[in-house]
Design a protein around this ligand. Structure first.
Ligand SMILES: [Zn+2]
Length: 149
């Protein structure tokens, strides 16, 4: 097993009814990725699709992927394409279940959102909203999952 230092939460940044094959096509055809973007992707009804075994690498955060497990919920934008936390209760429950499982396997891993990898430009130790390179996953994952041990 590889060294997992981060458990990272994403949104797909698409409509909530997006289908997984369409997302996979987008990675392959539009972005030209050889790897899939996330290990696990969670539909609005809470169904989890395990796309990549966790001992392999997915393509969630440039520069960090070798040390990450990536999980995403489908959604994260409103009808106008603006970032929004529109996770359903079912998605929240499924993501929590995975994070708890992985945290048991990798107790030292830090749980955070994609946006928390943005550079801390003013070096105050906090990644503030004006420093985010992306909004993903559109909620404060660090805070929400701080109590998972
Ligand atoms: Zn992301």
């Amino acid at each position: 097993m590889r060294n997992v230092n981060y458990l990272v939460v994403h949104c797909s940044a698409g409509p909530q009814n997006q289908k997984v094959p369409a997302i996979e096509q987008y990675w392959k055809k539009s972005l030209g990725w050889s790897k899939k973007g996330y290990h696990v992707i969670v539909e609005a009804d809470g169904t989890a699709h395990e796309l990549v075994p966790i001992d392999q690498i997915s393509n969630g955060v440039a520069g960090f992927n070798s040390q990450i497990i990536n999980i995403a919920y489908i959604g994260g934008v409103d009808k106008k394409g603006k970032p929004v936390d529109n996770r359903t209760p079912e998605q929240k429950a499924t993501i929590l279940r995975y994070l708890k499982k992985w945290k048991k396997m990798f107790p030292k891993a830090i749980i955070q959102g994609h946006r928390d990898f943005s550079p801390d430009k003013n070096k105050n130790g906090i990644i503030e909203y004006f420093e985010w390179i992306k909004y993903c996953p559109c909620f404060d994952a660090k805070k929400e999952y701080a109590n998972i041990i």
